[in-house]
Design a protein around this ligand. Structure first.
Ligand SMILES: *Cc1c(COP(=O)(O)O)cnc(C)c1O
Length: 394
């Protein structure tokens, strides 16, 4: 039977919207208010008893944010969602809510920059230890679980090497042991991977990237069980005060309307750009999860519905100048952090090291990440082609 609650078009266009309560406007209002009034003491008491049960103060729930919450939970097949000011805030809350002094966190290697900072610099101050392990083989990754492991942090794929983990296998071992699993699912979005359905407890994504889609706002999402979202809401969400603001939630709702169309187009363009990159002499190898050359191709095919947007490659270069010249020569791929917006982007790993420390024998120094945006693929390939030509003449 057709299950409307799981239909992406229904979720994005209808779920959570109550047009009659706002003059049958098509676009929901930005409920730009800090507080909400009550008619009776009894009503106010009820709100104090359970802030997640109604509107009291916009550091907690807000009607514009709630529409987004409902849609994002449903897209993930989760019971509930919380929306934060940005992805880093979402990860922070999801992790901190699930550890205490004396606990251990097992994380995949190469987590997102600020996740690594949370693990290395902040958690250690509060007596929480962290082990990093390669997540490509579930059994060897899980061999690092300790008696005091409270949380397993995954990122599949991650954003430079596009490493993936076997989510179902990791969830199957973690769940009976009472270990909470949290994944950064930003690369795939719920359209291409549904971690909750594979048994992961908490799915995080930065809404700054594909959900917003226009490089004009930040946002972050956690989804999971109603009990888990309630636990985080009643503590870290309300206490850190990092819930999304109504206007930014409205921008994310606006972005969400076109998410499937944008992802479709980016997927098609990425395939074309990938095919072009394979013909380029200056490239040593390419990392893309759904390319047969990818080290975990079988698992990627099995676990992810598709892949798009971000891909990385190693440039053949003896000198840093060649990589810099390639990036500097691009006219339409903008050089910037982030991704998921309309504009194509490039970022070389060597931008993060002093120029005189470049070591051509270290492949990471020669790694370049591309994000394929919404421009026409031929337009992008022309730009890449002329930049590789310029670099090859150096
Ligand atoms: C950007 C990003 C984040 C952080 O999200 P913000 O919205 O920038 O705070 C987390 N994880 C991944 C993989 C990202 O790319």
């Amino acid at each position: 039977m057709h299950n409307q609650a799981q239909d992406i078009s229904y979720i994005i266009n209808h779920l959570g919207e109550d047009h009659a309560s706002y003059f049958n406007a098509i676009a929901p209002p930005i409920m730009q208010t800090s507080n909400f009034a009550f008619e009776t003491v009894a009503e106010m008491r009820k709100a104090f008893e359970d802030e997640m049960g109604g509107y009291l103060y916009s550091r907690g729930l807000n009607p514009t944010v709630d529409i987004l919450r409902k849609k994002l939970a449903a897209l993930d097949g989760a019971e509930d969602a919380l929306v934060f000011n940005n992805g880093a805030a979402a990860t922070f809350a999801g992790v901190v809510a699930n550890v205490k002094a004396g606990d251990h966190v097992l994380s995949v290697t190469h987590p997102y920059t600020w996740t690594a900072h949370l693990f290395d610099t902040i958690l250690s101050r509060f007596g929480v230890s962290v082990t990093y392990a390669d997540g490509s083989d579930a059994a060897s990754f899980l061999s690092h679980v300790q008696a005091n492991t409270a949380l397993i942090y995954l990122e599949s794929p991650n954003s430079w090497w596009l490493d993936i983990q076997d989510l179902r296998a990791i969830a199957e071992v973690s769940k009976p042991r009472g270990i909470t699993t949290l994944i950064d699912n930003s690369y795939c979005t719920p359209l291409y991977q549904k971690p909750i359905e594979l048994g992961i407890d908490i799915a995080m994504q930065t809404a700054t990237k594909y959900i917003g889609g226009h490089s004009d706002t930040l946002g972050g999402v956690l989804t999971g069980s109603a009990a888990m979202m309630r636990k985080i809401f009643n503590s870290e969400y309300l206490c850190a005060g990092n819930g999304i603001q109504p206007f930014n939630a409205w921008l994310l709702l606006r972005g969400l309307r076109t998410l499937p169309a944008r992802i479709d187009r980016i997927t098609a363009s990425t395939q074309k750009v990938l095919a072009f990159l394979k013909t380029v002499d200056e490239i040593e190898s390419i990392i893309f999860p759904l390319d047969p050359s990818y080290t975990q191709y079988g698992l990627a095919q099995q676990q992810m519905k598709n892949a798009c947007g971000l891909l990385s490659f190693y440039i053949k270069a003896q000198e840093i100048e060649k990589i810099e010249h390639f990036c500097n020569s691009l006219q339409h791929f903008r050089m910037a952090v982030s991704w998921g917006g309309h504009e194509s982007l490039v970022i070389p790993k060597c931008a993060g090291i002093p120029q005189n420390q470049f070591d051509a024998t270290n492949p990471t120094h020669r790694l370049v990440r591309l994000y394929v945006g919404l421009e026409d693929s031929e337009f992008l390939i022309k730009d890449l082609s002329q930049a590789f030509k310029a670099a090859s003449l150096l």
